[in-house]
Structures are given as structure tokens and as C-alpha cells.
Design a protein around this ligand. Structure first.
Ligand SMILES: [Zn+2]
Length: 258
């Protein structure tokens, strides 16, 4: 059991939540119970996640895609339904979007880099002046399909592979979520293979024309590991329990551009 403010303080400091500019209003988005014993970890703030969190006895949901983004103008309709559920169940909602993508220890992208045992890991993927992903070198050359299979064995989903570059690759770049437009950055940086989440329409011809290999893991599947790492952090530092809330998503992409 921990005080909510202690949980929020630890997350805010670890993720440098106030320093990183984002369209997501990161941090504690909805205040709930003052004491937290168990947290629910979800990719998306959605009713399905809140219901599962309440059923599992959680006092807080930590979501990568939160409820409140720049541009929230009205608490009606779907926003109202979300807030009503959260407030009625005294459920805290904490959101961490870009701060969780880019984090060097707990982030979505570093977690994928670790599965592939990359070496010489460096920040990669410029998003409005912020490097939100990582690049590195595989221990051995591998076919893009092998890399996709290795990742899917850990994170699930059905990756889509566009094989338009070399058959065996070593230098890879990773930016989770909806970052298909960074194919150009990957080829410009001399990477043999680019890994992202969501297969957007324009990526197909872009990959062909640039001659780049691209692996799409699915937006959801590429962004599960960050919140799971935060669960381990909260267990280690504050003794909290955590549960990953499996929710519905496209198996290989789709959804919004976050
Ligand atoms: Zn995302």
C-alpha cells in the first residue's frame, strides 16, 4: 500500500514527465483513491481497461494512451462516460505517452531493443525535435521475417513485413506506435531495417521507393512493454501489486496516430 502522491511522484520523476513536451497531458489525469495497493497497466485508457482494473481490485490505471490530450474541450459523450466510471470507482488514471516511449530504462522502444539484444544502442527517431526511439546493431545478421517472429514470440500480434531492402540485416531502428513516416529517417541513417507499430497506407510505396525493410508490429503490440516495466518499478520501489490489463486491439495495426 502506498500513498497516491508517492506513486505519482515516483512516476513523474522517473519519467521526467514535466520536462517532455507532448500532445498527451501526461501525469495524473484523474484523481481517485488516496491509497494505492494494486495498479492496472494498459496500453489504452478505455472503458474495457477500467472495468478490468475495477474487477481486479486496482486503485489506479496506468495507461500509455491516456484520456486527456491537448484539445480536450468538453466533458460530454465518451469523455463523460470515462470520467464518470473513474470517479464512481475512485480509480486514479495516470498517463505516460512520449515520456514512456523514449525512456532509456522503462520505455517501449528500449524494451523491444532488449528483446533483439541490440548493441551500440543510441537514440533515434526525431519527433518534433525529440528522439523517441532507439537504433542499434543485432548480434548476428537476420532476415526481417526472423526479427518479426522473434518479437512476436514475446509481444504477440501478427507483424507485417515489407521486405524491400537487403535480405539479411544488422542495423535496426525502432519507434513504437504510429511512426511509419520515420521510414525516411531510418533509410537516411543507413539502417537496414526499421521497426514500428502501425502499418499506415502510405508506408507501402514509401518502403518500396526508398528500398527499406520495414516491420510493423501493430500499434498496440509495440506499446505493451513500457507500462509493464512501470509495474515492475512500482513493485520494486513501493511494494505495489500490478496486473497487465489485456484489452482489444487490431492484431497488426490500425487505430489512431499516437
Ligand atoms: Zn501509441
Amino acid at each position: 500500500m502506498a500513498d497516491r502522491d508517492a506513486v505519482v511522484g515516483l512516476l513523474d520523476r522517473t519519467l521526467r514527465i514535466r520536462e517532455i513536451k507532448d500532445t498527451s497531458c501526461n501525469g495524473l489525469q484523474v484523481q481517485g483513491a488516496a491509497e494505492v495497493r494494486r495498479v492496472g497497466l494498459a496500453v489504452d485508457a478505455c472503458l474495457e481497461a477500467y472495468e478490468k482494473a475495477a474487477a481486479a481490485g486496482c486503485q489506479m490505471v496506468i495507461a500509455h494512451h491516456g484520456l486527456i490530450w491537448t484539445g480536450l474541450t468538453s466533458v460530454s459523450g465518451r469523455n463523460y462516460q470515462h470520467l464518470r466510471f473513474l470517479i464512481e470507482h475512485e480509480m486514479n488514471l495516470y498517463a505516460a505517452h512520449l515520456p514512456l516511449d523514449l525512456h532509456e530504462e522503462y520505455g517501449n522502444n528500449i524494451a523491444l531493443a532488449r528483446i533483439l539484444e541490440l548493441s551500440d544502442i543510441q537514440p533515434f527517431g526525431d519527433y518534433h525535435g525529440l528522439l523517441i526511439g532507439y537504433r542499434g546493431v543485432l548480434p548476428q545478421p537476420a532476415a526481417p521475417q526472423e526479427i518479426a517472429d522473434r518479437l512476436a514470440a514475446q509481444i504477440g500480434g501478427q507483424p507485417i513485413v515489407l521486405q524491400n531492402g537487403r535480405e539479411l540485416v544488422r542495423r535496426v531502428g525502432i519507434v513504437s506506435g504510429g511512426a511509419g513516416d520515420m521510414i525516411e529517417q531510418a533509410t537516411a541513417a543507413g539502417l537496414d531495417c526499421y521497426i514500428t507499430g502501425e502499418p499506415m497506407h502510405f508506408c507501402y510505396q514509401l518502403s518500396r521507393e526508398l528500398g527499406g525493410n520495414v516491420i510493423f508490429l501493430g500499434h498496440y503490440h509495440s506499446e505493451q512493454l513500457g507500462v509493464q516495466a512501470l509495474g515492475r518499478l512500482l513493485t520494486e520501489k513501493l511494494g505495489l501489486e500490478s496486473v497487465f490489463l489485456e484489452i482489444g486491439a487490431f492484431t497488426a495495426g490500425g487505430g489512431n496516430r499516437d
